[in-house]
Design a protein. Sequence first.
Lengths: 184, 256
Amino acid sequence: MITVTLNEVDYQLKKNLNEFTIGEFEKLSSIINNESLDRIDRYIQIFALLGIPSEIVEDLDSKVFFDLVSKWSVNEELSETEMQKEIEINGRTYQSFDTEFNLNVKQIKLIEKYIKIDMSAYIGELMAIIFKDTQLTSNEHFVDAHIKHKAKLFRENVTVDIAMPYLNYFGGEIFNNVSVLGKI
Amino acid sequence: MHIPTNWDEITLSQYLELTQLNPDDYESQIEFVIEKLAIITNSSSQDEYWEMMSYTELLKVLDSISFIQSSPPNKYKNVLLGKYYFIGYNQLSLGSFIDLEYYISDLSKFFSIVFRQKKQDEFDNDVFEPYSSYNLDKRSEILLDVPITHLFGLVNEYLKFRESIFEQYGGLFASSKNEDNFDEEFYKKHPELKQRIESDMKEDDSTKIEEQENKWGWERLLLHLANNDITKIDKILDMQLYFVFNIVGMRKELNL
């Protein structure tokens, strides 16, 4: 977190991965990856997401604006490298693996489906597919409505640093081997 | 579940299913890959075996089926199921050749045309089952379970045979743009057809003629050979391909 003062008002800006929820990070990614925005507009929207109203940013002197831009960037250094295998929310436990993490075909199919639906907002679903409610059966885990419910829960309550090792696994293992899949 | 590791373990039916798959019909690449695995293992892509398979295990399986990245080997057997014999392309009748041209994109029917039962006559000569004597659909169903490696090489052999036929007898298939004698003779005998084609012509005359001729190419040849007597066409279709083409070529050359 960094603190910036604009027009004598202090704003706390999140910058570390362990400060953003999955939902916030998805919105941030969506803005960063929006190619229809020019760079200035992009940062105006980013800062609006972080809590600085756009009319404040638009009124800033250009030097102050660029100073603000240079102070802020998402810090990925503090992201988790180890997979956290349990998440607890509202008294319920969600587990990603028992002894060793591995995705099965059904999970990969579902994750790919959600990536296709929205490339900038699938992390919630990815985590929902990976993390099972320990009180539900395997079939109940894969029900669409349950995945949607869990995705929303994780978006609001789980920080994106917890998701990063799983994202890296999916991106690395699956996408790096997509050429193997593609040849078959 | 047995996972095949080479083309010898894939039947014609499975091969045809694989070639008809379209990746655009699937929501994800992995679904498409699982569908292929399901085909070659005679299982369903919805089977729990596939759904619950771990990703690392799937990669190992994909490695073992890497053979399907390439075409089946160019080999074939002369005898299938102990009773169907390859007749040899040089022994084709005109009718069989015409149908092979038509069925080249439907391999199960294609192979049904060239594999026949045979017996020996009283002089110990091989006599093949006549082409018109069996049902092509039923025969193609029988051949679906034959390994693709017992058949695939025949496709390449046919393409070479076909190329040699069109090289040797190409003049017999020229369009009227080239003022072919065959076409002149044909239109002399069937002036009503020429009149009909000319009355249909709108913009591109030569294209229209060529389209008409391409559409009715074989029928024209048969009608010409039968001297416009369609009751004779069946007999002509049963004649040896080389014999028919030699006769047509001779007539054309000698203006008979």
